[in-house]
Design a protein around this ligand. Structure first.
Ligand SMILES: NC(=O)c1ccc[n+]([C@@H]2O[C@H](COP(=O)([O-])OP(=O)(O)OC[C@H]3O[C@@H](n4cnc5c(N)ncnc54)[C@H](O)[C@@H]3O)[C@@H](O)[C@H]2O)c1
Ligand SMILES: O=C(O)C[C@H](O)C(=O)O
Length: 313
């Protein structure tokens, strides 16, 4: 299986580096528009191989899509990250142009590839790639839910004083401040989280999770990359190894949860065909309400993209 990562910035280079460490691929192609960036980071990752014991080779290229030909999976991380004071939605016009042109190039050389979008605003950039690629929606989806759920799980592990490995959770909705962590579907080694964390502490963790991206942006002046890069790599691994893992993924809905024609985070089964199934949870009224608010927000930003695209058509 061949995997390409577009964008050799913080997230893309981390994703390629994590994929190399997992050592289940022969080669990963890392592509960037900036001369030498992908080549340099690929070479650095290869020089790490004798130390960390892996054989996967990351090859860096500058805008040479011929080298990405016949990729099975492509991860799109190209695009601007936000700075303090910005929302992810502020990135829409710049990143839509980048995601559109990258997707066109990818499709030209790898018409059958499964595309995982990471660029922000995530739900709308995934929609942009879907409109451009003109592929089945099970093959075009976005990474955000694994990251958001990981933040939630990490905060819970701190609060409980346990390993983050033992927190199982699911989170739904758009990748923005309206995302919907689901305490009713959160357990700690099978124990309902509500038996271990007081209601006010749980609510504080949910609120912190929702603005988890912004917390890092304020600390670093740019956005996170270690957890996002690893999350995208985890999706690639599930697909390449046909693992049938259940993850929250930004998926195209066609009536699930009463929502249609929208990209939104929902639990799915990921395997060799991409999204093999969307799981429909039996949400209560409060959860449905939160999901519908999140969907409304995403739809508004999707409408902005539609208007931008019809203005330039
Ligand atoms: N979905 C998520 O959960 C999530 C998490 C973190 C970051 N992000 C988003 O991912 C994107 C990348 O973040 P980052 O921190 O890696 O940014 P970065 O600035 O470090 O890297 C972006 C890279 O994209 C490259 N690039 C720009 N235009 C390109 C093009 N047309 N073709 C190929 N490469 C191009 C740049 O040269 C740069 O190297 C941002 O939009 C960010 O908001 C999303
Ligand atoms: O917060 C951002 O802008 C980047 C990313 O979406 C994140 O959640 O870390």
């Amino acid at each position: 299986m061949k995997v390409t990562v577009v964008g050799a910035g913080n997230v893309g280079a981390t994703c390629a580096n994590v994929l190399a460490h997992r050592d289940f691929l022969q080669e990963v192609v890392l592509l960037d528009i900036k001369e030498g960036t992908a080549e340099g980071k690929a070479l650095d990752t290869w020089q790490q191989a004798p130390i960390d014991y892996y054989s996967t080779k990351v090859t860096g290229v500058t805008n040479d899509y011929a080298r990405t030909a016949n990729s099975d999976v492509v991860v799109i991380t190209s695009g601007l990250p936000r700075k303090p004071g910005m929302s992810r939605d502020d990135l829409i016009s710049t990143n839509a142009n980048i995601v559109k042109s990258v997707t066109e190039n990818i499709i030209k050389h790898s018409p059958d590839a499964i595309i995982i979008v990471v660029s922000n605003p995530l739900d709308v950039m995934t929609y942009c790639a879907f409109l451009t690629a003109k592929k089945d929606s099970n093959k075009v989806f976005g990474m955000a839910g694994i990251l958001d759920t990981a933040r939630y799980r990490a905060f819970l592990a701190d609060e409980i004083g346990c390993s983050p490995k033992d927190i199982q959770a699911i989170l739904m909705g758009g990748h923005g401040d309206t995302m919907v962590p689901l305490p009713r579907y959160t357990t700690v080694s099978g124990i309902p989280v509500t038996e271990l964390v007081a209601a006010d502490k749980l609510e504080a963790i949910i609120q912190r999770t929702k603005v988890g991206g912004g917390e890092i942006v304020n600390l670093l002046g740019t956005s996170a990359w270690y957890a996002p890069g690893a999350a995208a790599a985890q999706m690639v691994e599930a697909i390449v190894k046909n693992e049938k893992r259940i993850f929250p993924v930004c998926a195209w809905l066609t009536g699930e949860y009463g929502l249609k024609d929208i990209y939104l985070g929902v639990p799915v089964v990921l395997g060799k065909n991409g999204i093999e199934k969307i799981l429909e949870l039996d949400l209560n009224n409060e959860e449905k309400e939160l999901l519908s608010t999140s969907a409304k927000h995403v739809k508004e930003v999707m409408d902005v993209l539609d208007k931008m695209q019809s203005a330039t058509a």
